[in-house]
Design a protein. Structure first.
Length: 293
C-alpha cells in the first residue's frame, strides 16, 4: 500500500511541473539572460563554455545534448565578455558536425579541390575550420563514431592553438572558440546495447576533455516540462521504466518519442490507444514478450 501511495504522490508532483524559464545570472553587475526550458546539465555545460573548457556530453540518444548546445551559443552571445560571453558576438558561428564511421579527415578540415586550368590544388576550408578561426560553438555530434586518422584531425582542433591545413596554411584559434562534443558512450567502443557503431576513444583523446565530461541522461522533470502533455509523458516514462526493468537495453525511449506523439495527438487528433500501438511497432515479438511479463 505504501509503495502505491508513493507512486501516486510522485505522479501528482510531476504533473504539477509547468514550463518555466531558466535564467543565467553571472557574477558581477551584469544583466540576467533568459534561456528557456533547459536540461539540468545545462548550467554545468554553460560554465565549461564560459571558461573555454572542452566539453564532452555523454548520454543516450535524444536526451537534449545538441539542443542545449544551441542554447549555450545563444546565451554566450548575450553575455558580456567579462562574464565569459563572446567578445565578437556578431562574428561567431554555430556549426554541428555530424560524425560517422566513414568520415575522412577531409570531411573535418575541408577537401583539396583541383584547378582545371593549371592542375594545382586549392584547399576549401570546412565550416568547422571557419568556427575554429572566427569563434563560436563547434559541436561534434556523435564524436565516438570517428575512427583512425579522422579522429586525429578532430583532435587537432581540441588541443592546439593552431591548426595546419592540407595546403600548409596555419589557422589560429579564436579566443571565442567553444567546443562541445556529444557521445552515446564514454569511449568504450562497440558492445552490447543500442550503440554498436561506437568506436573506442583512447586516453589521449579523453584527456582533451579533462574536467569537462558531463554524464547527460534522460531527466523526467525536464521531459515533462518540455513536452507539456502529462498523458503522453507518463505513458513513455512507464514504457521506459518497464523496458529497463525487463533488461531491454536496445530499446531507446527518448523525448523524441514524446514530442512526435504530441504532434500526433494535438495536430492530427490521434487518441492514446493509437499512439501506444504506433510506439511499439518496431518492437519484435521477443522484446514484447519480455516487456509484458
Amino acid at each position: 500500500f505504501t509503495d502505491h501511495v508513493d507512486t501516486v504522490m510522485e505522479e501528482k508532483v510531476n504533473a504539477l511541473a509547468l514550463p518555466r524559464t531558466t535564467v543565467v545570472k553571472p557574477l558581477g553587475d551584469f544583466d540576467e539572460v533568459k534561456v528557456g526550458i533547459a536540461h539540468p546539465c545545462f548550467d554545468e555545460a554553460l560554465d565549461l563554455a564560459r571558461a573555454r573548457i572542452n566539453c564532452m556530453a555523454t548520454g543516450p540518444a535524444g536526451s537534449g545534448k545538441t539542443h542545449a548546445a544551441r542554447q549555450i551559443f545563444d546565451t554566450l552571445k548575450a553575455l558580456p565578455p567579462e562574464a565569459g560571453g563572446f567578445a565578437n558576438p556578431d562574428k561567431v558561428r554555430f556549426h554541428v558536425e555530424s560524425c560517422h564511421n566513414e568520415m575522412m579527415p577531409s570531411d573535418i578540415v575541408g577537401p583539396m579541390i583541383p584547378n582545371i586550368s593549371d592542375g594545382s590544388e586549392n584547399h576549401r576550408m570546412s565550416e568547422s575550420v571557419k568556427v575554429f578561426r572566427d569563434g563560436g560553438l563547434l559541436v561534434c555530434d556523435e564524436f565516438d563514431r570517428l575512427v583512425g586518422g579522422t579522429a586525429v584531425a578532430a583532435n587537432m582542433a581540441l588541443a592546439n592553438e593552431h591548426w595546419t591545413m592540407p595546403d600548409g596554411t596555419v589557422i589560429t584559434k579564436s579566443p571565442d572558440l567553444v567546443i562541445l562534443v556529444t557521445t552515446n558512450t564514454l569511449g568504450q567502443g562497440k558492445g552490447r546495447g543500442p550503440y554498436s557503431a561506437a568506436e573506442v576513444l583512447d586516453g589521449a583523446t579523453l584527456n582533451r576533455f579533462a574536467v569537462g565530461i558531463i554524464h547527460w541522461g534522460y531527466d523526467k522533470a525536464f521531459e515533462r516540462m518540455l513536452v507539456g502533455d502529462d498523458e503522453i509523458v507518463s505513458f513513455f516514462h512507464d514504457l521506459r521504466d518497464r523496458a529497463d526493468k525487463a533488461g531491454l537495453v536496445n530499446r531507446i525511449i527518448s523525448p523524441r518519442h514524446m514530442l512526435n506523439a504530441k504532434k500526433l495527438k494535438h495536430i492530427l487528433g490521434y487518441d492514446m490507444e493509437t499512439i501506444r500501438s504506433m510506439s511499439l511497432r518496431d518492437w519484435n515479438r521477443k522484446d514484447l514478450k519480455s516487456f509484458l511479463r
